[in-house]
Design a protein around this ligand. Structure first.
Ligand code: DGL
Length: 275
């Protein structure tokens, strides 16, 4: 087991730049932490990939982040959390504190006894894995969970279509899913979806509790770092935002997710693997 130090960075990864919503929520709470973000833009989207491919990608990225001495690794992608987290935790759990974006949300919902019926939306791979349903029912077997894959939403958001007529129409078409009738809560099971949270809330007329993976996961990270006495007091290095495939358009879009300018660096992680 490697010794973790408070001054070590927090590694955060996603299939692309959507996980920057989680990075931003962490940064807001813990400005002294050094963030090492990796977006696997060369393999985006994970939502359409096989479990074997997603596991291989997530494992290789985790291995890189452990190499970089990350004290904590946050799998800021619902798809990778659903498919690969158990195995990542087994393999890397001694080297870094491991966090995914599904468990903290499931635990938070389970604590809210007012919720009896809820909906989950996410990528095809996340929904097909049943990860949310399994975790929720383990904690609260009385819950009624309705899930729907909403693959169009990821590319819609990345293309900057939200808060407009087109996004309203697509969101409405998905959320009119009959099984979502009478839900008390809705899980936005994709790290892109915080950007359309307001529209989803409006669709339900503010009557449904909306859960996403930003604040709840950031709070879980704070709690875990505090419990392990690993909160950074004085940061030494700047944050780094790396991607496996750089394009100017990724850099422009990253602003949407992080809320401010982000400079992306290309990290040739796969060239190394397939050499
Ligand atoms: N950010 C990913 C997630 O949370 C979705 C994008 C993808 O399909 O790669 O599931």
């Amino acid at each position: 087991m490697t010794r973790k130090r408070a001054s070590d960075p927090i590694g955060i990864f996603d299939s692309g730049i959507g996980g920057l919503t989680v990075a931003h929520a962490i940064k807001t709470r813990l400005p002294e932490e050094e963030i090492l973000y990796f977006g696997d833009t060369a393999h985006l989207p994970y939502g359409d990939k096989s479990p074997a491919a997603i596991l291989q990608f997530a494992d290789h990225i985790s291995s890189y982040l452990v190499d970089q001495q990350c004290k904590m690794i946050i799998v800021a992608c619902n798809t990778a959390s659903a498919i690969a987290f158990e195995q990542l935790q087994k393999k890397w759990g001694n080297d870094a504190l491991m966090l995914n974006v599904i468990d903290p949300v499931a635990e938070s919902i389970a604590r809210n006894k007012e919720i009896k019926k809820l909906g989950v939306i996410g990528t095809k791979a996340t929904i097909r894995s049943n990860a949310y349903e399994q975790r929720l029912l383990k904690l609260r077997p009385d819950l009624n969970v309705a899930s729907l894959a909403t693959p169009l939403l990821v590319s819609m958001i990345e293309e900057g279509f939200f808060d407009n007529k087109l996004s309203h129409t697509i969101i409405e078409a998905y959320l009119n899913y009959p099984d979502f009738k009478d839900i008390d809560a809705m899980i936005l099971g994709c790290t892109h979806f915080p950007l359309i949270r307001k529209e989803i809330d409006a669709f339900f007329g503010g009557e449904v509790d909306i859960y996403d993976s930003t604040d709840i996961v950031a709070e879980a990270a704070v709690a875990s770092l505090t419990a392990h006495e690993l909160l950074n007091k004085e940061r030494k290095n700047p944050d780094r935002f790396m991607v496996s495939d750089y394009t100017h358009s990724f850099e422009q879009t990253s602003r949407l997710f992080f809320g401010s300018e982000v400079r992306l660096e290309r990290l040739p992680l796969w060239d190394e693997l397939f050499r």
